[in-house]
Design a protein around this ligand. Structure first.
Ligand code: FAD
Length: 382
C-alpha cells in the first residue's frame, strides 16, 4: 500500500460541540472510552488528534484480548464477507496507510506489512460470488501452483487478492504509545461497571468510584454487553464471544511462504522469518479461552493439506482470542440508548481491518457530523 504523510497540526475545533450543556460539573475527560482494544484505541487516537480530551478505561491491559490474538489479515475484498460490510471495509482499507503512518510517527515504532497478496480457495461447494477487479481476480489451479510453490493440487476455485496483512503484535506495541503521545490517558486495570447518561454528561461507574465525562463509548469487544445500563440486549444486537484458536509454526530454513493462503476452514498468514500464523476455529462456547490440543492439531492438519511443508514445521505457540460477534455478524456502531452514550463493537472477524474507519466514524458521530458511510446496517438498536 502507498503510505501518505499526515499533517502534524492538531485541529482545535472539537471541544465546543456536544458538551455545552454540561452544567459545570467536574468532568475528568470530554470522552471516556471503555475498552483498550484496537477499536477503543483507534477511536481514542482519532478523537485526541481533533482536540478531544480522551480517557480509555481498560479492565486489564490494553491490546491484550482479541486485538492481540488476531491473524492480521486486512481482507477488505473477501467475497465471503456480508455484503453490508463492503462500504465500511473499503473506507477502512483506504484509511489504512494514513492510519499506520500516524501510529508509526507518534509511537516511533514500525508496523510493517507482512504480506502483500492472498490466495483464497473456495470450499467443496463450488466457486465464489464475485466480479473480477484489478485487485481481486480468479486464477487457474496451475497459476495458483506457479505463484505458490508447493501448493497442494485441489479442484477448487482460486482467487488472487492484492490484500495485505500485518502482525497485530506490532500494533499492540505501537498503538498504545501513539494514543498516549496524542494525549489519550490510558487507565489500565479499571473495569467499567455501569454508565448513566444524563442531560449533558455521562456518569461512569468503576470499582473505585464514579467519573463524569461529556460522552462515553463502549468498545468492550466480546464483553460489551456486560456494561450495565446500555441497550445491548436486543437479539440482533447482543454481543457475544466467539472463540478462535490459533497457532504459530516455524518452517525449516530456507523454506518460507510469501503470501497468505485462505480456505473456508483455515488460513496461513506468514509473519516473516519462516513463522506462519495458522487459524482459526470459530466456536460459540462462552468466555472459555482454553487452547485444546485437538483443535490445534486439526488446524495444522488442514494447513498441511493445503500447503504440505507445514507438516514438518515446528510448532512454536498456540493461543486463543474472543471475537466480539453479533447475531447477524455485523458491527454495532452508533448511539447506545442513553444520552451521550455510544457503542462501537461487534467487529467479529474483521476488527483489525475495520478499526481506522470505525475510529473516524465514531469521531464524526461525536462531532455531530454525518458519518462517512451509511450506518443503517450497524444500528445498535436493530
Ligand atoms: C483468532 C482471531 C483471529 C482474528 N483474525 C483477524 C484478522 O485476520 N483480521 C481482522 O481484521 N480481524 C481479525 N480478528 C478479529 C479482531 O481481532 C477483532 O474484531 C478485534 O480485535 C476487536 O477489537 P475490540 O477492540 O473490539 O476488542 P478487544 O481487542 O477484545 O478489546 C476489548 C477490550 O475491552 C476490555 N474490556 C472488556 N470489558 C471491559 C469493561 N467493562 N471495562 C473496561 N474494559 C473492558 C477488554 O479487556 C479488552 O481489552 C480475529 C480475532 C481472533 C480472536
Amino acid at each position: 500500500m502507498k503510505r501518505s504523510r499526515l499533517q502534524t497540526a492538531r485541529p482545535r475545533t472539537a471541544l465546543r460541540c456536544i458538551f455545552s450543556s454540561y452544567n459545570g460539573r467536574v468532568k475528568t475527560a470530554d470522552v471516556i472510552i471503555a475498552g483498550g482494544g484496537i477499536i477503543g484505541l483507534s477511536a481514542a487516537l482519532e478523537l485526541a488528534q481533533k482536540g478531544f480530551r480522551v480517557r480509555v478505561m481498560e479492565r486489564g491491559r490494553v491490546m491484550s484480548e482479541a486485538s492481540w490474538a488476531a491473524a492480521g489479515m486486512l481482507a477488505a475484498e473477501d467475497p465471503t464477507h456480508p455484503a453490508e460490510l463492503a462500504q465500511l471495509a473499503t473506507l477502512s482499507i483506504h484509511l489504512y496507510p494514513e492510519y499506520l503512518n500516524t501510529i508509526e510517527r507518534l509511537s516511533g515504532r514500525l508496523v510493517p506489512l507482512r504480506t502483500r497478496a492472498t490466495l483464497q480457495t473456495s470450499g467443496n461447494d463450488g466457486g465464489f460470488h464475485h466480479h473480477d477487479t484489478a485487485t481481486c481476480f480468479a486464477i487457474s489451479a496451475q497459476e495458483a501452483q506457479r505463484r505458490i510453490p508447493g501448493l497442494a493440487s485441489r479442484s477448487h476455485s482460486y482467487l488472487w487478492l492484492e490484500e495485505v496483512s500485518l502482525d497485530p503484535r506490532d500494533l499492540c506495541a505501537a498503538l498504545p504509545l501513539a494514543a498516549a503521545a496524542a494525549g489519550v490517558v490510558l487507565q489500565e486495570n479499571t473495569e467499567v461497571l455501569a454508565i448513566d447518561g444524563q442531560d449533558g454528561w455521562v456518569e461512569i461507574r468503576t470499582e473505585s468510584g464514579t467519573d463524569s465525562a461529556g460522552a462515553f463509548i463502549n468498545c468492550c469487544g466480546a464483553w460489551a454487553a456486560t456494561v450495565q445500563n446500555l441497550s445491548l440486549e436486543r437479539p440482533a444486537a447482543a454481543v457475544e464471544p466467539w472463540k478462535g484458536q490459533m497457532m504459530m509454526v516455524r518452517l525449516k530454513p530456507p523454506l518460507d511462504l510469501e503470501y497468505a493462503l485462505r480456505t473456508p476452514e483455515v488460513y496461513l498468514v506468514p509473519r516473516g522469518g519462516g513463522q506462519i500464523a495458522i487459524g482459526a476455529t470459530v466456536e460459540r462456547v462462552g468466555f472459555d479461552r482454553r487452547v485444546e490440543p485437538s483443535a490445534v492439531a486439526w488446524l495444522r492438519a488442514l494447513a498441511a493439506e493445503l500447503w504440505p511443508p507445514i507438516a514438518s514445521a515446528e510448532v512454536v505457540e498456540s493461543w486463543t482470542g474472543l471475537r466480539p460477534g453479533t447475531k447477524d455478524g455485523l458491527p454495532l456502531i452508533g448511539g447506545a440508548g442513553q444520552p451521550h452514550c455510544w457503542v462501537a463493537t461487534g467487529h467479529f472477524r474483521n476488527g483489525i481491518l475495520l478499526a481506522p474507519a470505525t475510529g473516524l466514524i465514531v469521531r464524526q458521530l461525536l462531532e455531530g457530523n454525518p458519518p462517512e458511510v451509511s450506518l443503517a446496517a450497524f444500528n445498535p438498536a436493530r
